[in-house]
Ligand binder design. Structure first.
Ligand code: TYM
Length: 329
């Protein structure tokens, strides 16, 4: 059994992009690997958060993990801040990270672009993410395409540590879906679908009611022509919608092309909406049950206990290797 770790920020509603790029693979991997899935609240505060909203979103995202199919008896689900060892290892890895490496991170460049002042937390964000992963000696990290660069830095930091202090960390590999690794905005296929977009028509959230989903998909931008064909270079909008279709229906891209041959975009979009609704409706029903039962708190408590067992051991080993004086009785 390998180890798997991943995290999602509680910084707004989760989108179908988060689901296809990451959450769906969390659910898949829980059957064969030891899994640690967390809500990364410490990362969320690298940009300003309203306290009440952060608390509500944290609980909502944890409940969505379970609603999406994560079984808490198989996988450990927890809040990042409930396992303080993450912050501790994050600091130690920050001291091994070069400014130049952090300056090259595209997520940092995107999030800091045009801002007058940028928090230092946003800058060192990738070192904390490396700690999240290395603290469990994770083999696999299920993420969307946009996290690949952070994973490369994590591997570099693991190697650097191993080289300086002796072999210890596993070099983790990203686990990225072949289709749908980067779901794009419904209004513009040149931009990643993001929960922080100012245009709500550009994204579908996991809690959008069916009629909202239907409306957003019917208004989604399409390419010129009428052929339903997977061709990201020439038909980026339709190819993006096809990626969503494939994930929500279980059909392959070739099967989707064959199904709509000669029919144009209308029937394709209509049925796409129904496939998305068929995924979201049961998820939303489970979500409502979980939120009203309050069971999520018990799940998070158990998840954090198991996570802390592993994480605290790693931090103790790392301190020893780096030369920290241990407390004595
Ligand atoms: P976050 O919260 O931005 O996104 C959570 C996950 O969803 C994926 N994702 C997408 N996949 C496909 N298409 C999209 N449009 C799309 N938007 C988001 C992301 O790639 C991610 O896998 N830095 C991370 C959180 C994190 C983390 C970690 C991840 C903190 N520590 C340790 C893995 C391991 C982030 O900002 O994800």
């Amino acid at each position: 059994m390998g180890k798997v770790l991943s995290g999602i920020q509680p910084s707004g509603q989760l989108t179908i992009g988060n689901y296809i790029g990451a959450l769906q693979n969390f659910v898949k991997l829980q059957h064969t690997e030891e899994c640690f899935f967390m809500v990364v609240d410490m990362h969320a505060i690298t940009v300003p958060q309203e306290p009440a909203a952060l608390r509500e979103q944290s609980e909502a995202v944890a409940a969505l993990f379970i609603a999406a199919g994560i079984d808490p008896s198989k996988a450990n689900v927890f809040m990042q801040s409930h396992v303080p060892a993450h912050a501790e290892l994050g600091w130690m890895l920050t001291t091994l990270t070069n400014m130049g490496e952090l300056e090259r991170m595209t997520q940092f460049k995107d999030k800091s672009a045009g801002k007058e002042s940028v928090g230092a937390g946003l800058f060192v964000y990738p070192s904390l993410m490396a700690a999240d992963i290395l603290i469990y000696n994770a083999d696999l990290v299920p993420v969307g395409d946009d996290q690949k660069q952070h994973l490369e830095l994590t591997r570099d930091l693991a190697q650097r540590f191993n080289h300086r202090f002796g072999d210890y960390f596993t070099l983790p590999k990203p686990y990225i879906p072949e289709v749908g690794a980067r779901i794009m905005g419904l209004d513009d296929a040149s931009k990643k679908m993001s929960k922080s977009s100012s245009n709500p028509g550009s994204f579908i959230t996991l809690l959008d009611p069916p009629d909202v989903v239907r409306k957003k998909i019917s208004r989604a931008t399409t390419d010129s022509g009428r052929e339903v064909k997977f061709d990201p270079a020439n038909k980026p909008e339709i190819s993006n919608l096809m990626g969503i279709y494939a994930h929500c229906s279980g059909l392959t891209l070739a099967e989707i092309e064959a199904r709509y041959e000669g029919q144009g975009y209308g029937p394709f979009k209509k049925e796409l909406a129904e496939h998305v609704v068929a995924v979201l409706e049961p998820l939303q029903a489970r979500y409502n049950e979980i939120r009203s039962s309050g069971e999520i708190h018990q799940i998070l408590k158990r998840g954090a206990e198991r996570a802390a067992e592993v994480a605290n051991k790693t931090v103790a080993d790392v301190k020893e290797k780096m030369g920290f004086l241990a407390p004595r009785a």
